[in-house]
Design a protein around this ligand. Structure first.
Ligand code: DC
Length: 237
């Protein structure tokens, strides 16, 4: 079922770092959250951190909706951007300077600019440092694009998630249709393919599977099967 590094530690009794990376729309955050819950670990959504910086930039006119970024000014305010997470009624909520911005960071205005903001080396350096601080005590599940390669190359368990682009596009299509969007399947498929390309070819911290990461292709898996897979991994079987 899987190859590469096997876990020899028991994550229930020894706190470890679990790094989850992978392609967009593979369900990384749902899986990471479920794992954190199972092990009673902290869950950190690093995408939300890039989104929070983007939102701050938009609010302070350092990032504009047409893609212009005042890079130096944004660098100067990074120390003023405080990001934290809080679990409210079982949901992970992102706070920006003590304000709950969970809903705003998922809005289209942020989604459209976050890729450009996350490509700025200084932003990455700052957020990677904060992420490393969050993982100091271990007992953490972190998801993103560069967790196993850059943030925690020493993580005891690394999982790289992927799925067939058509399957991912179908999942996304269903979600958006249910929300009332009129978007076409082909548009979504093209967007999935474009995002893979952008993530894999960007010059700073491109998305790639760490050599010692376990590959999880969930094209034909439902969430319960994925958890069963994870339990086998941590049991070392
Ligand atoms: O996972 P997401 O869609 O919420 O991520 C938002 C953006 O941030 C996306 O463009 C990828 C980028 N990102 C990143 O560059 N590095 C991470 N560790 C997490 C997200």
């Amino acid at each position: 079922m899987y190859t590469n590094t096997k876990l020899t530690l028991n994550p229930f009794t020894t706190k470890i770092i679990i790094a989850i990376d992978g392609h967009s729309s593979t369900g990384k955050s749902s899986f990471a959250k479920a794992i954190a819950q199972e092990l009673n670990y902290i869950y950190v959504d690093t995408g939300a951190m890039y989104r929070a910086v983007t939102l701050y930039g938009l609010q302070h006119k350092l990032v504009s909706s047409d893609g212009q970024i005042e890079i130096e000014a944004l660098m100067a305010v990074l120390p003023d951007i405080h990001i934290s997470f809080q679990n409210i009624a079982g949901q992970n909520n992102t706070f920006l300077n003590r304000v709950n911005v969970e809903r705003e960071i998922r809005e289209i205005a942020v989604s459209q600019q976050v890729s450009a903001v996350s490509a700025i080396a200084g932003v990455r350096k700052h957020l990677v440092y904060l992420q490393q601080q969050m993982g100091k005590e271990k007992g953490i599940v972190m998801d993103g694009r560069d967790i196993g390669t850059v943030v925690f190359p020493q993580a005891e368990l690394k999982i790289f998630m992927t799925a067939d682009p058509r399957v991912r596009a179908e999942r996304r299509y269903k979600e958006l249709r249910e929300k009332g969007s009129k978007v076409s399947f082909d548009e979504i498929l093209n967007n999935v393919i474009q995002r893979d390309h952008d993530d894999e070819t960007r010059s700073v911290a491109p998305l790639r599977k760490a050599e010692d990461a376990i590959l999880l292709d969930n094209s034909n898996m439902i969430p319960e099967e994925q958890m069963a897979w994870f339990r086998r991994v941590i049991a070392g079987s």
